[in-house]
Design a protein around this ligand. Structure first.
Ligand code: 3H9
Length: 703
């Protein structure tokens, strides 16, 4: 059995300490320990009250998530343990020493009283895992604090600190100092006042006051539709709280909760979101780099370039209190770049997300310079100039001359060869790629690109730095496009082909939006700017007949001055000040004309085909990326695609989604499209064929 609960007596008090490192989830041994401990205390006449606390940094982090979807677990169930507690005739005090999440808070709600350390966060984050509080939380919390507050708390899934939980009525007291002593003192006070138990299940005043108030639930549904579009769990949560309010019999409400919990448990979103929970933690683990590899301290940073990317990266450092020196080519560019940063912060102030003082503090961490000599004291220097390998190599040569010994030299490249940059220095072991995503101060993903000679310490330091910057770092091998952009290339090429063969850009985008991605490929092109590729082709002297056919429409739009959002016209028309584009019949005519020029006969393409043709090449390329060792595990690809490219969270990422579709059906479609359309995208990756032949999925490669 996993985990345990220590039982000891302190005079007339039984002290039970949950012990299941590192965060005390409710694994089999903990459930059994809770059941046995309360039973023992009830059978011991010398014991008058019980205190339950947690060992280490958590009280209880919730149910053991790794058990969901697994085969039936051993020992007593959580409900049995909670029933034992709830029927205790001796008062139980939860002494919440640290994190009390999900089932952990529900254990506390089964206790008669709750006291907490000031720093202990409490929350019901189940909704984030596609679940609902299924150990009575949806029934007990409304009885304790009323339906409206309970719904807000459960639907947000966000934890709150103990003092706020006290103000809401979730905990009875916040205790400074030793929480176990505080819990025991509270228990003694209860005993001194007559030893009354207090069962939340028997309290009905709050839910009776809410009974018949349909508005509470209408508001909750409207909020869920706005903030959690397409999610299954919120509606289940609302139905449970409705039952708590409208069903006077507590046990009948519990039955509704059980039914709704089972539906969530069986839903593919639950499996996907729990996959993501573990994946986010897994990507931090690098098989050949031990967890105790020493990491360097990053107390200061420098960023080369203060354009869109450089500015966002500089903000990311300043946001977490790391001073950063920003280098630009001349004072005008520097002023412009710093001005944009200030304006971005001011927008946050106008939206009430930041105070003017905080802006001043962050701006004071930014120092502008035009001299490389000023970068000598930085612990890390991030180069963020535009994508040109020669220029980047030249910059790395300069950095080699000024950077202090041990400083990390990173390139914010989206796909160029990091080893070439390392070769431009005398210290390739400290050179690494840090591919931020735009806007860099907002987007969570950083692809950390491992050069052939990047040292373990450099990699470990930069992976950790990502976490410090409140981002998620995924390690990629050094190959063109790394993980994300290599896959994106296949996706955008398909989208380009599909419109020439018969779909419109608007059909493609709408199918991708319907799948849950915030932007389709053409909306994304309009945002990024169609002129980037067009200009690059012109500079390189590419002849019109040599332009890839999938770029022909974009180039024609550029010839018309339609560069995308920046010119209010691209694939879409953007009315003054709007980012929501409107379809344009002229663009459809242009696409049709291009098909005719290329001799491509247009035909109707179904939405289903559009979706498969956009997404399956991602999976096929993902398999190749795994074969090539560019991504460590399938889940690394899932994290990249969700956090960098807007793949919907509820799918678990492209590789997890592929497993859920069935790799055999994915492969069959890839082969079918290959017969019809040909091309590299439809040559099945050997790994995909191997997995299908073995009857396995990408999940089998997780290790
Ligand atoms: C629930 O309770 C359902 C009930 O309502 C109904 C039941 C019927 N289970 O995050 P960390 C592992 S649903 C199993 O790096 P931190 C984690 O994988 C649950 N394992 O630490 C990692 O393993 P490894 C509702 C868990 O300090 C290690 O512990 N509860 C669980 O940054 C350390 O985790 C939640 O959703 C778990 N519940 O953050 C809480 N939790 O070292 C989920 C963690 O091998 N957990 N692990 O990679 C968290 O939010 C954070 O882990 C926490 C600690 C804030 C607790």
């Amino acid at each position: 059995m996993k985990g345990t609960v220590h039982y000891e007596t302190r005079g007339n008090i039984a002290l039970m300490t949950v012990d299941n490192p590192p965060v005390n989830p409710l694994s089999s041994g903990v459930r059994q320990g809770l059941f046995d401990g309360v039973q023992t205390a009830l059978g011991d006449d010398a014991i008058e009250a019980i205190v339950i606390t947690g060992a280490g940094r958590a009280f209880i982090a919730g149910a053991d998530i790794s058990e969901f979807g697994a085969s039936a677990s051993e020992g007593v169930g959580l409900h049995e343990a909670l029933t034992m507690m709830e029927h205790s005739t001796k008062p139980i005090v939860a002494a919440i020493n640290g994190t009390a999440f999900g089932g952990g808070l529900e254990v506390a709600l089964c206790c008669d009283y709750r006291v907490a350390s000031p720093g202990a966060p409490v929350g019901l984050p189940e909704v984030k895992l596609g679940l609902l509080p299924g150990a009575g939380g949806t029934q007990r919390l409304p009885r304790l604090i009323g339906a409206e507050k309970a719904l807000g708390f459960i639907l947000s899934g966000d934890p709150i600190p103990a003092p706020q939980a006290k103000a809401l009525g979730i905990v009875d007291d916040v205790v400074d100092g030793d929480i176990v002593e505080g819990g025991i003192a509270f228990a003694k006070k209860v005993l001194a006042e007559g030893g009354r138990t207090r069962k939340i299940r028997d309290e009905s005043a709050k839910v009776e006051a809410d009974r018949g108030n349909a508005q509470i639930f209408a508001d909750a549904r409207a909020q869920a539709a706005r903030r959690m579009r397409g999610r299954f769990a919120p509606e289940m949560i609302i139905q449970c709280v409705e039952a708590a309010v409208n069903e006077p019999d507590f046990d009948k409400g519990m039955a509704v909760e059980r039914e709704c919990f089972a539906k969530c448990l069986a839903h593919p979103q639950r499996a996907a979101l729990i996959h993501l929970f573990f994946a986010e933690r897994e990507v931090a683990k690098i098989p050949d780099i031990s967890r105790d590899t020493p990491v360097g301290k990053i107390g200061s940073a420098a960023v080369i370039g203060c354009g869109t990317m450089g500015g966002g990266i500089s903000m990311s450092f300043a946001n977490v209190g790391i001073p950063v020196t920003v280098l630009e080519m001349n004072p005008e560019a520097l002023d412009k770049g710093l001005g944009v940063i200030k304006r971005n912060y001011d927008i946050q102030v106008s939206r009430g997300r930041m105070t003017a003082e905080e802006v001043d503090k962050r701006m004071s961490l930014l120092t502008g310079t035009t001299s490389y000599e000023d970068l000598g004291s930085a612990d890390i220097i991030v180069e963020a100039v535009y994508e040109n390998l020669d220029l980047k190599c030249e910059i790395f040569g300069k950095l080699d001359k000024v950077a202090k010994a041990g400083a990390i030299l990173a390139s914010n490249t989206s796909g160029l060869d990091v080893d070439k940059m390392a070769d431009a220095t005398s210290r390739p072991e400290v050179v690494i790629g840090m591919h931020f995503f735009s806007p860099a101060n907002v987007m969570r993903l950083v692809e950390v690109v491992r050069g052939a000679k990047s040292s373990h310490q450099t990699i470990a330091t930069v992976m950790k730095l990502g976490r410090t910057l409140n981002k998620i770092s995924v390690l990629s091998g050094n190959a063109p496009g790394f993980i994300g952009n290599r896959m994106l290339g296949q996706y955008t090429r398909q989208a380009g082909e599909i419109i020439l063969q018969g779909a419109t850009p608007y059909q493609v985008d709408s199918v991708i939006n319907g799948f849950g991605m915030p932007m389709g490929p053409f909306q994304m092109n309009d945002l990024v700017g169609l002129d980037l590729g067009w200009r690059a082709r012109k500079l390189a002297g590419v002849k019109p007949e040599d332009v890839p056919i999938t770029a022909r429409v974009a180039d024609k739009l550029c010839e018309l001055g339609r560069f995308g959002q920046k010119t209010s016209r691209g694939y879409y028309i953007y009315p003054e000040g709007s980012r929501a584009g409107q379809p344009d019949p002229e663009v459809v005519a242009l696409v049709e004309q291009t098909s005719a020029e290329l001799g491509i006969e247009r035909h109707k393409i179904s939405d289903e085909e559009v979706l498969k043709r956009c997404l399956y090449p991602l999976i096929n390329e993902g398999a190749r990326i795994l074969e090539d060792g560019i991504a460590i595990r399938p889940c690394d690809i899932d994290i990249v695609y969700i956090n960098g490219y807007g793949f919907p969270e509820v799918t678990g990422g492209p590789m997890f989604w592929a497993d859920q579709q069935g790799l055999d059906t994915v492969l069959a479609d890839i082969k079918r499209f290959g017969e019809i359309y040909g091309g590299d995208a439809w040559k099945p990756a050997p790994l995909l064929e191997k997995l299908v032949a073995e009857g396995k999925g990408f999940g089998s490669l997780q290790g």
